[in-house]
Design a binder for this molecule. Structure first.
Ligand code: NCD
Ligand code: ZN
Length: 355
């Protein structure tokens, strides 16, 4: 007897951590997110970075101009925190509904983070302004100290940077972006148990893969991202966090497109492109752990609630029907981008089928 494929309808999800870049590449990748998600938190690490409310709104207009006709995809913006961000800029961000918060990149931590923060201790007044006006601080949680092993950088960031920020600013809303370790999960749970407004986004690739994926049969540049994939025990802690249904964890794909030749290089860029299956990959993980009933809150409610935004109204339907991921997608200017699972199957798809 043929089994009917499983189907799941959920309120349209949001992607609270997304890189869409700019120029032709942006126009090429945006439709993938717009088909799946109602809203997205757009990361500001352009070259040069998006450091003011005015720049963020201009960037948002560029995004809206190239969106496919008929979509009501609603980009929400992050502003790149620098040593020179002013307290007035924080006040402007607090007044602007289209701005979600500030993104803290330790200088040199990841792609286009040269303008990042060099000395956290000097940002006290800015953090205080955010705390006072309820503007969230979203952090790339890795130290850049080269003496710290790359697999320990998230844990050490929590100890050296996050704990002191939290101690100094008990009411600050903090998102530990793309949490990758048990230490990070434990920190979020602990902080919330103390009454703090701390949350974390979790990517699909960190839920699906451990660090072996970077070296499977040879070096796999398309599995290289930051924070780097961790060992299996950490992946399991992430899976347990989402399966728990805790409102401390919500969806942020961190889909980070890079042209194929810039990843397949002697010094390749960090980032996994996952927007082509931005919700389907999560459905796979949740199905695998028999937690499909937890997907909707993680993908569609918890993030909106954290940011104080209304939940979406429409629904999407996912069906357990395998499809073959292409080897690459167009990425503007004659470039291509290699998606996660290129040339392999993904077990869930959107219905009606979109590609
Ligand atoms: C991101 C990028 O390419 O912009 N790369 C990544 O590996 N995640 C930057 C980031 O979010 O760290
Ligand atoms: Zn990112």
């Amino acid at each position: 007897m043929e089994m009917k494929p499983r189907r799941l309808s959920i309120i349209r999800p949001d992607d609270w951590h997304l890189h869409v870049r700019d120029g032709e590449g942006m126009a090429a990748v945006l439709p993938f997110s717009a088909r799946r998600f109602g809203r997205a938190g757009i990361m500001p690490n352009l070259k040069p970075p998006v450091t003011t409310v005015a720049q963020a709104l201009a960037y948002r207009e560029c995004i809206l101009r190239v969106l496919p006709a008929g979509t009501d995809f609603d980009p929400r913006m992050f502003i790149y925190l620098t040593d020179n961000t002013s307290v007035e800029e924080v006040a402007r961000a607090a007044q602007e509904d289209l701005v979600l918060g500030f993104k803290l990149y330790p200088a040199g931590a990841t792609t286009n983070s040269d303008a990042g923060v060099t000395d956290i201790d000097k940002l006290h007044d800015r953090f205080e302004a955010m705390e006072r006006s309820e503007v969230p601080l979203c952090v790339h949680g890795e130290v850049t100290d080269l003496a710290v092993d790359i697999f320990d950088r998230e844990r050490v960031f929590i100890e050296r940077v996050l704990v002191p920020i939290r101690r100094g600013h008990p009411a600050l809303k903090i998102v530990l972006e793309h949490v990758t370790t048990k230490d990070g999960v434990d920190y979020v749970n602990y902080d919330r148990s103390m009454g703090s407004q701390t949350a974390a986004t979790i990517t699909a690739h960190h839920l699906l893969l451990n660090r072996n994926a970077i070296f499977q049969g040879g070096v796999r540049p398309h599995h290289y991202c930051l924070p780097v994939l961790k060992r299996e025990t950490h992946r399991q802690a992430l899976v347990a966090a989402v399966a728990s249904g805790s409102p401390g964890f919500f969806l942020g794909t961190d889909s980070a497109p890079h042209a194929k030749h810039t990843k397949e290089a002697a010094c390749g860029c960090a980032g996994c492109f996952t927007a082509h299956a931005g919700i389907e990959l999560y459905a796979e993980v949740f199905a695998e752990m028999n937690a499909l009933d937890k997907l909707e809150a993680f993908a569609s409610f918890t993030g909106a609630d954290f940011y104080g935004l209304p939940r979406n109204m429409e629904t999407i339907t996912l069906v357990e029907k395998p499809w073959l991921v292409p080897q690459s997608y167009e990425y503007g200017e004659g470039n291509t981008v290699v998606p996660l699972r290129a040339g392999e199957q993904i077990l869930w798809q959107l219905e009606p089928s979109v590609e």
